[in-house]
Design a protein around this ligand. Structure first.
Ligand code: ADP
Length: 262
């Protein structure tokens, strides 16, 4: 009976993994299909340039290829990579992709803190996590709004950790993805990280986005927290552990006020 239970657990883990990958692919395919669709219509009308849409489709395809690489690595039991990461640079690198997947109704603002500490993560997974949060935010703002990605250093002391049971004390690089969307009632916040929990219509939501984000952050030794108010908006904060070695290895970036990307 015990081996059967373990087998069932293993199958569940495999199911969650494949579901999560399907979810990521779905995000990428949506971008590729959307871009090619615009390009095709522009070509048919003979108006407007299509270069940027082809670039976007290419970027989506390349992300898909990177994901399969990771899947292959996983099936070979190769551990996920973890690299010392400049989170601000990673976000800047995604900005075009994010802006276009948000469409014209949603304004994107990046407020990236100067002198941000480094963290050690799997960069592909962090990109996927941010993309998942941004897609959720977009879905929560069907009639438009504002999406803000903010980074900051956070030193959480024991008192804070006691008050927020799920966040341990220590030094963290924080990534906050905030929207001005419909928000979540407390009972949705309570279940949001559960695999397969979704409030979206069938075919639209898989309920795997946030559970993947949770799994990734926990694996990296960090935390994730949702602040949400129905009718006002949602903010999801990723707490990624500060990498202490990075200060020796990487020359410090100049201290400056937090400034939006031009
Ligand atoms: P999915 O997006 O496929 O439904 P997720 O795990 O990403 O799966 O999200 C679970 C649920 O959490 C969503 O169905 C939605 O109800 C809620 N949710 C997630 N992000 C937001 C957000 N930014 N604003 C409002 N609700 C959200």
């Amino acid at each position: 009976a015990e081996t059967q239970a373990r087998q069932a657990q293993k199958m569940e883990a495999v199911g969650q993994l494949t579901g999560g990958i399907a979810h990521d692919f779905n995000n990428m395919l949506a971008i590729i299909i959307g871009s090619l669709d615009v390009a095709r219509r522009r070509l048919a009308d003979g108006r407007g340039s299509i270069g940027t849409y082809l670039d976007l489709a290419m970027e989506g395809a390349q992300r898909g290829a990177a994901l399969t690489q990771r899947l292959l690595a996983f099936s070979r039991q190769t551990p996920l990579t973890s690299e010392i990461t400049d989170v601000n640079g990673l976000i800047r690198g995604m900005e075009d992709l994010l802006r276009r997947s948000l469409g014209e109704m949603v304004a994107l603002e990046c407020v990236l803190s100067g002198g941000l500490w480094r963290t050690r993560v799997d960069q592909g997974q962090l990109e996927n996590a941010i993309l998942n949060l941004v897609v959720n935010a977009r879905d929560a703002m069907p009639s438009g709004g504002r999406l803000t990605i903010e980074t900051m250093n956070a030193h959480l002391d024991d008192a804070y950790a006691r008050a927020h049971a799920e966040v341990g004390p220590g030094q963290y690089v924080v990534v906050a993805v905030s929207d001005t969307g419909e928000g979540m009632p407390p009972e949705v916040v309570a279940r949001a990280f559960d695999p397969f929990f979704t409030t979206k219509p069938t075919g639209k939501g898989t309920g795997l986005g946030l559970s993947q984000v949770y799994g990734f952050v926990k694996q990296s030794g960090g935390h994730v927290k949702i602040y949400s108010e129905a009718g006002r908006g949602t903010s999801v904060k990723l707490y990624l552990r500060r990498e202490m070695m990075a200060d020796v290895a990487v020359s410090p970036s100049p201290r400056s006020e937090a400034s939006p990307i031009p």
